[in-house]
Design a protein around this ligand. Structure first.
Ligand SMILES: [Zn+2]
Length: 298
């Protein structure tokens, strides 16, 4: 880091922050959205509580409530067999990707920004941006996709659509296990398959991933001489190197850019960015609603 990471907390009121954020967005020519897990949580796709216990009771019963506390930790459970692994993951994908419609929060975001020259960089893997109407050519989901599977060893750079397979597994599951004949095998090396989620060095960056990376690069080049806003939504400190820190760097290095950070509890922004950064510490759903209202008033 070239500058001292000194962070400031809000010294203006929430209402003033929303007003300033709306003004910045209105005056911007380009808008880069960076979205983390916090947006989907705020949208209602929570990984714990009732949504977990209602949908995963059989897994909680089988593996124990100590191991199965929520969908995040359940994903790290060391399932002893492929039948057990796919028994869990097929259900997880259906619940988090295939079943939910576009959530109202994502639709609000789309309506706010659809007329803008925008791009979405996200660590989310649940397709909510696409469902809400955001253009797939303007989305880079760096960490994978709940609907795709790949070779566990990444032996070839290809991913496979697993929606039908997951629904079949979901139908056939007994005692949390899928039948052995449904266990997918890599068509190239014959080894195991796994979810297309970045969790180790075998994550496959396929043709679509590279295409999206290129689109993102082009957007950044194009943004250089324009008045731009970087709108960061629900990005915490889990993977700050993908969105949070690069966004701060970009704004620091380019005086045409401003940063709006929406986050519950982790909304601090570097002091060195002065009034080009607004950190709004609030529930994202509420803040986005208030932003919408602010736009309607103009
Ligand atoms: Zn393979």
């Amino acid at each position: 880091m070239k500058w001292i990471r000194k962070e400031k907390t809000a010294n203006i009121s929430y209402e003033e922050q929303i007003k300033s954020a709306a003004e910045l967005i209105e005056k911007s020519e380009v808008l880069l959205i960076g979205a983390g897990a916090g947006v989907s949580t705020a949208a209602g796709l929570t990984y714990s509580g009732k949504r977990f216990t209602d949908n995963f009771s059989e897994f909680i019963e089988k593996y124990g409530a100590m191991s199965m506390t929520d969908m995040y930790t359940a994903g790290f459970y060391p399932f002893p067999t492929q039948e057990a692994k796919w028994g869990y993951w097929s259900k997880h994908s259906i619940i988090n990707q295939f079943l939910p419609p576009a959530m109202p929060l994502y639709k609000q975001l789309y309506n706010l920004f659809k007329e803008k020259d925008y791009f979405v960089l996200t660590t989310n893997v649940d397709h909510q941006f696409q469902k809400a109407g955001f253009d797939n050519n303007r989305i880079f989901a760096t960490q994978g996709d709940y609907g795709l599977i790949q070779c566990e060893k990444g032996c070839h750079p290809k991913t496979y659509d697993a929606e039908n397979l997951f629904y079949q597994m979901n139908q056939a599951r007994t005692d949390c296990l899928i039948p052995s004949y449904m266990v997918p095998k890599c068509p190239v090396c014959g080894g195991n398959m796994t979810m297309h989620l970045r969790c180790d060095q075998y994550f496959v960056e396929d043709e679509n991933w590279h295409k999206a990376a290129k689109n993102y690069g082009n957007f950044l080049n194009n943004m250089r001489d324009k008045k731009g806003v970087l709108l960061e939504l629900g990005v915490g400190f889990n993977t700050p190197a993908i969105i949070r820190f690069p966004f701060e760097n970009m704004v620091h290095e380019n005086s045409n850019l401003s940063l709006i950070r929406l986050n519950l509890k982790e909304a601090v922004v570097p002091e060195s960015l002065g009034n080009r950064a607004i950190g709004i510490d609030a529930d994202i759903a509420k803040a986005v609603s208030d932003l919408c209202a602010e736009f309607r008033n103009h």
